[in-house]
Design a protein around this ligand. Structure first.
Ligand SMILES: *Cc1c(COP(=O)(O)O)cnc(C)c1O
Length: 372
């Protein structure tokens, strides 16, 4: 079946007990055992599993064409669990410009715990190859990257990982399964912050890891999910599953709008450069055009006039909301360097925008007056 159909139906069924078309939310923390001690419905305790989480995991699995999924309480919890499954004493390679939360996790929590980490320019396959060590077990890919929308060749990095008998994991939060399918491009695992496009309405926190094969590694991830307990609540699972139903249509609108906004900004005299992989002059355009079906709803741009001008623009927007995060139906804008903190390498004149599904002329009108 096609993704539009899967988004609506995967993980859904009419409730056999009541005929309810929308799924019930099962808040129960515990489930009844039979007289012989077994669990006739397959559920025992909420941390191990519950019907809402099972439905969400089934749906996400089908969207990414994987075989198994583990839903977490946040994207960061999903990321943390995958790295924990690698185990202390081993080595991982991550992008230099990985999501700042992932970078903090690796530097401040996992490295002191004993995981060896190298940060490399993931768009440069030679640099990735050079970073491989005898104990490298995993290469983490995130494409498009944050906030410069750099594009990594997923197939190429997967080949390097597999040659080194390491896993390749792709954080597919920005592209979503509508934008690219890392498992088909060779990745072993896909991670999402479902907080973003999958939830889609800026009202729920969640994460997921989806596996191409249910191997020992994924069983460890699942073990960490159930034992560590950073699981998504039934209501959060319900909200994400509901959000996913419109994902294909939202992503088309996000991408179409983002492309038009990128073209508008690209022609604007007060804009120095636009970072959007759908623009032909973007350094990652060729690879993006090959591995992506949609270029997505995220872009960033650098204004002439430095930090002051960047702050002046965000101060003037009326329709865009000044806020971090992304992937909701409403458009957001943020001065990225100031949210990433003093260590950031993000240019001071850079604004990152999450383009929503409003009418694109209204978005362009707002940016026009803000840039005046
Ligand atoms: C937001 C985000 C995360 C972290 O997700 P949370 O749900 O906020 O924990 C990880 N990776 C990327 C690319 C993100 O945008």
């Amino acid at each position: 079946m096609k993704i539009e159909t899967l988004a609506v139906h995967a993980g859904h069924r009419v409730d056999p007990a009541t005929g309810a078309v929308a799924p019930p939310i099962y808040l129960s923390t515990t489930f009844e055992r039979s007289q012989d001690g077994s669990y006739p419905h397959g559920y025992d305790y909420i941390r191990s599993n519950n019907p809402n989480r099972e439905a969400l995991e089934k749906c996400l699995c089908e969207l990414e064409e994987g075989v198994a999924a583990a839903a977490f309480s946040s994207g960061a919890a999903a990321t943390m669990s995958v790295f924990q499954a690698v185990g202390a004493g081993n080595h991982v390679i991550a992008p230099k410009d990985t999501y700042s939360g992932t970078s903090s996790l690796l530097r401040e929590i996992l490295a002191p715990w004993g995981l060896e980490v190298s940060f490399v320019d993931m768009t440069n396959a030679t640099k990735v190859q050079e970073a491989v060590q005898s104990n490298t077990r995993l290469i983490w890919v995130e494409t498009p990257s944050n906030p410069l929308l750099k594009i990594t060749d997923i197939e190429k990095i997967c080949a390097i990982a597999h040659q080194a008998q390491a896993l390749c994991v792709c954080d597919n939060t920005w592209a979503t399964p509508m934008g690219q399918n890392p498992l088909k491009l060779g990745a072993d695992l896909v991670v999402h912050a479902t907080t973003k496009y999958l939830g889609g309405h800026s009202d729920v926190l969640g994460g997921v890891a989806i596996a191409k094969v249910e191997d020992e590694f994924f069983k460890r991830v699942k073990k960490i999910q159930k034992t560590g307990g950073a699981v998504a609540s039934p209501f959060d699972c319900w909200l994400i599953l509901r959000g996913i139903q419109t994902l294909p249509y939202r992503m088309r609108a996000h991408s179409e709008n983002a492309f038009k906004v990128a073209e508008f900004l690209n022609d604007h005299p007060k804009v120095e450069v636009v970072h959007y992989p759908g623009l032909k002059q973007h350094p990652g355009y060729e690879i993006a055009a090959q591995q992506m079906q949609l270029f997505g709803g995220m872009l960033s741009f650098q204004v002439k006039g430095g930090r002051d001008m960047a702050f002046a623009v965000v101060a003037k927007v009326l329709l865009f909301t000044r806020a971090t995060s992304l992937g909701g139906v409403e458009s957001l804008i943020e001065h990225r360097a100031s949210i990433e903190g003093p260590e950031t390498k993000t240019p001071d004149n850079l604004l990152r925008v999450s383009i929503g599904i409003e009418h694109v002329s209204d978005l362009i009108d707002d940016l026009t007056q803000a840039l005046e």
